[in-house]
Design a protein around this ligand. Sequence first.
Ligand SMILES: O=C(O)[C@H](O)[C@@H](O)[C@H](O)[C@H](O)COP(=O)(O)O
Length: 260
Amino acid sequence: MATQKGKKTVLKFDSEEDVSKALAKYTADLSEKFIKQKGSFTVVLSGGSLIDTMRKLVEPPYKDSIEWSKWWIFWVDERVVPLGHDDSNYKLALDGFLSKVPISFSNIYAINDKESPEGAAADYEARLKKLVESKVLPLSAISGFPKFDLMLLGMGPDGHVASLFPSRPHRHEKERLVTFITDSPKPPPPRITFTFPVINSASEIAMVVTGAEIANMVDVALGNASPPDGIPPPCTEVSAEEELTWFLDKDAASKLQTSG
Ligand SMILES: O=C(O)[C@H](O)[C@@H](O)[C@H](O)[C@H](O)COP(=O)(O)O
């Protein structure tokens, strides 16, 4: 069984606008590569500022050049609220991205918003397992967990990624694909989230991080500084099977050494 993990690249840009441009090109290039390789492109979204930073992807030239019909969309985490609620990551992505491009509705994996957090996590996991059976999602030869082509992640100032928070034990979940939380420190409290075994089985991961308030945690995440409480936060655990690429604007990168 293969055991090799992928590489890490840190890209720094002068502005958030430049991050947005580079992220669009990166995503479009990966879309082309994976569709050529395997006929589909599985993309996992986050909530937060990511969707706004993806705005250049739905503009020319990418809007017209990407083979949107081959895309499959998932969420690395979702707030357990009705899909039409302003807190919903699905609604955020629908309004800012998905409604602007011709991705097949049946390829968009929103959560079941009629379920409890526990039920929604179990339901999402069961649907992922069906996609493994139908060969839409391969299994990682390294971990044995489903392997997505691209995960687009944000990070909180406390070092959380997805809805895996520093002070919550579910960040250590090693068996489940999807777990849940009812007391998220970032509102709203009820959420479901992919677990680290699934996140770290992705071929490619983009960590998209902008703004000065996150600069100290970027320094910790990249191993240049110790965490304030001595406990490595979730962002330090992220790795991809092929490549983890950090997209930072000048403000987010402001605490890094020039060599970082
Ligand atoms: O549902 C969520 O809250 C997100 O998926 C979450 O994990 C987000 O990515 C980070 O909190 C960063 O958020 P910002 O990009 O807004 O800072």
